[in-house]
Design a protein around this ligand. Sequence first.
Ligand SMILES: Nc1nc2c(ncn2[C@@H]2O[C@H](COP(=O)(O)OP(=O)(O)OP(=O)(O)O)[C@@H](O)[C@H]2O)c(=O)[nH]1
Length: 361
Amino acid sequence: MSRDDILPEERLPASLLTGFLGSGKTTLLSKLLRQPALAETAVVINEFGEIGLDHHLVENAPEQTVLLDSGCLCCSIRGDLIDTLRSLFRRRVKGEVPPFKRVVIESTGLADPAPILQTLMSDPLLADRFRLDGVITTVDAVNGMDQLDRYFESVKQAAVADRLVLTKTDLATPAQLAALRARLRQLNPAAPQILARQGEVDGAALFDAGLFNPALKTPDVQGWLRAEAYDPREADEDHGHAHHHGHGHAHEQTALDPNRHDAHIRAFCVTTERPLDWQRFTRFIETLIARDGDRLLRIKGILNVDGFDTPVAVHGVQHLFHPPALLPAWPDADRRSRLVLIVKDLAEPGIRQEFSAVTAG
Ligand SMILES: Nc1nc2c(ncn2[C@@H]2O[C@H](COP(=O)(O)OP(=O)(O)OP(=O)(O)O)[C@@H](O)[C@H]2O)c(=O)[nH]1
């Protein structure tokens, strides 16, 4: 790892828009694309049922939209996604498509987000040209509860989100909305919950969720990591645009109903004040990946590494880790290493213990 590993900011941001079948992805996207700030956006759509609406969207933005129609994004067509994104970039360079500044990949409602994220991270050409801006997950305010109960994919999509958009809020009762929000906050404490009606939301709340914020021209560690959201003392605080009336509903993950899929997911943050020995940290991560890679839905972190004046950012999805990036500066006076983990069927205390061992004298 060296300064050469600093991620180039000029790569195009790519957002993954996911969410259960019929949860309002296309409605949201078609409204978003009408916002001036998102005018220069290319869209890659994975068709899977409900063709009519998606075609409507394609008609709205013919040159910037590429349709992937070979089935479910998460299984066989990873190669297609690679080819599509590569070709989109080539066409952009040749001037065959408008010079888009960001990409949104709309996945099928049944997709597991992990392979899509891995594709962006692992294909060398794509990783040179695109950077993951964030995962945006739509959750139906009326049917979301039931979908979370019944489909583990739906839980996963919500758990790994950087932004949660609660759709169809015009149809939900206040009680439905409050219950869903509390559940989502427990599942994913860090993601701001944005309320949408007929796809109307402020695009600024959904994009630029990544580590590199072009507007700030500097890494936005807080916005990306949101490590404080995992602190139990902060758990009742309002995140993002959420308004809830803290009656103690979101704090302790221990209260999870064991019969729910949610009980398989843990989202937590491990921290340490002591600078980390890079080799020991690497061993810790490598062991974790080798043993539990399938269960690491997402890891993000900022590390204070012994011998480095500035922090190192790490980001991984399951077995795949992005090359660590040495950032130009610490964002503030807080020099603690912070590692956020979203895991499935992995015991939090065990990981905490292993992480402490990395930092033990
Ligand atoms: N009342 C109401 N209806 C909505 C809202 N958002 C979406 N819908 C409707 O819900 C249905 C599904 O919306 P889509 O945008 O097609 O959902 P999707 O997630 O793209 O669906 P798939 O591509 O099939 O997974 C459509 O009939 C939309 O008009 C909303 O905020 N309020």
